[in-house]
Write a protein that binds this ligand. Structure first.
Ligand SMILES: [Zn+2]
Length: 232
């Protein structure tokens, strides 16, 4: 017989009490082990348990069934009287994260879809992948996803427009003119929008643009002596 930890290595750090196969669901009941956990505030590991409570996290599906882990976790009482956190709830590596109702393994693909296709489109793609999320939930996932540290804006930036709806609605894309890396996408191609963007980051020395007057005006309005390079 296979030990369930071989199938679910993420359960190695907890004691699995039962695995129940239901028609629509695979339900794992587990309890955290009596191991020290460092306080996220001060790093001291408390010795005393304040209480236990159950939480549910969704995990990657097995076969056609979604997996739900019902986990009993400890609320620990601070071991350091000087710490501002009187109690804290333990987190289990690879299984639980603060404020998350999904395991990290499941959170990552859901976040990836939310970033690529926010809202209804994301929900539509997740559905056949076994994640029945509403479009508002997909948006919430997107809103909670940490924004990566902003990368430095290069000295030479390219600005171009592209059609969101041909002949009707245009957006602006800003790129690193040397590497082609996308820096930002702006909702329209209005000079004021582009000017506001060019004013924000320091260090832009030149902007490559098409022949349009709108971008020429935007760059001039941004001031700062930015050099304009126009192609035809
Ligand atoms: Zn502490």
């Amino acid at each position: 017989m296979i030990d369930c930890v071989e199938v679910w290595p993420q359960l190695a750090r907890v004691r699995v009490d039962s695995v129940k196969v239901e028609p629509e669901l695979l339900l794992v009941r587990a309890v955290t082990k009596n191991v020290p956990r460092s306080c996220p505030g001060c790093g001291v590991a408390p010795r005393r348990v304040h209480s236990r409570h159950g939480r549910r996290v969704a995990d990657e599906r097995v076969g056609s069934r979604p997996v739900v882990i019902e986990l009993s976790v400890r609320r620990l009482l601070r071991g350091n009287p000087g710490c501002g956190r009187v109690t804290f709830v333990e987190q289990v590596e690879a299984l639980t994260e603060r404020y998350q109702r999904r395991t990290p393994a499941l959170r990552r693909p859901v976040e990836t879809v939310a970033i690529a296709l926010a809202g209804a489109a994301g929900a539509r793609l997740l559905h056949p992948l076994g994640q029945q999320l509403s479009w508002t939930t997909v948006l919430n996932v997107l809103m909670r996803t940490p924004v990566p540290e902003p990368e430095e804006v290069p000295p030479v930036v390219g600005v171009d427009e592209f059609a969101l709806l041909k002949g009707q609605k245009y957006a602006t894309i800003l790129t690193d003119a040397v590497t082609g890396r996308r820096l930002d996408v702006l909702v329209d191609r209005e000079p004021a929008t582009v000017t506001a963007w060019l004013k924000a980051p320091p260090g832009i020395r030149a902007v490559c643009r098409d022949g349009s007057n709108a971008f020429a005006k935007a760059i001039t309005d941004a001031g700062r002596g930015i050099v304009q390079v126009a192609d035809r």
